[in-house]
Design a protein around this ligand. Structure first.
Ligand code: SF4
Length: 183
């Protein structure tokens, strides 16, 4: 079984389309593990968009517990400066990816998944080298296989624009946490 860590519906959409070319819907599961998202209303909006996606493609969706305080504590313990003192795409974001990917592999191992991937890995605005390398490292530690998509972030972005013309999924205006918050 295959677990797809799903950061948001727009990123997951082209990946689901690509996975369904070689797998059946029952062969994989979406895992919404995003304790970074702030505030609650935004979390609900993004989760509802992923629910729409799962129901459209008839996929199983698991929602992780939202542990925002635990996420903040992880950042504080693993950064030299307070989280607010970093710009987007600096060290704070790397710790944020670590937190969500660690929870993904823990869930995968506990629930007998053999393989996992993350929609973070095709995000145009993220350090995808770090995300892929860190995921490979976790896969080795946890005895899992990490699946790296052949889609480039640019191609995934173009495919998402086309596929979303039918679904009209919610597009967020900011990355996710209180440090990147825009209303
Ligand atoms: S800006 Fe985005 S990636 Fe960076 S810490 Fe916040 S939610 Fe995580």
């Amino acid at each position: 079984m295959f677990l797809l860590h799903t950061c948001c519906a727009p990123c997951a959409l082209p990946l689901i389309d690509s996975l369904l070319r070689e797998r059946k819907p029952k062969d994989f599961c979406l895992f919404f593990s995003n304790s970074n998202i702030f505030p609650d209303e935004e979390y609900q909006r993004r989760f509802q968009a992923v629910q729409t996606l799962a129901s459209y493609y008839q996929l199983t969706l698991v929602e992780d517990q939202r542990e925002h305080q635990e996420w903040l504590t992880y950042l504080r313990q693993n950064l030299a400066k307070p989280p607010a003192n970093y710009q987007e795409n600096q060290a704070r974001c790397l710790r944020c990816f670590e937190f969500r990917l660690q929870r993904t592999v823990q869930f995968a191992q506990a629930n007998h998944f053999q393989e996992f991937a993350t929609s973070l890995s095709i995000n145009l605005y993220k350090d995808t080298n770090f995300i892929n390398n860190y995921s490979q490292k976790l896969a080795q530690q946890f005895g899992l296989k990490y699946y790296q998509f052949s889609l480039t972030p640019q191609l995934a972005h173009q495919k998402e624009r086309v596929l979303n013309q039918k679904l009209h999924l919610y597009h967020q205006k900011y990355c996710g946490c209180e440090f990147s918050y825009k209303n």
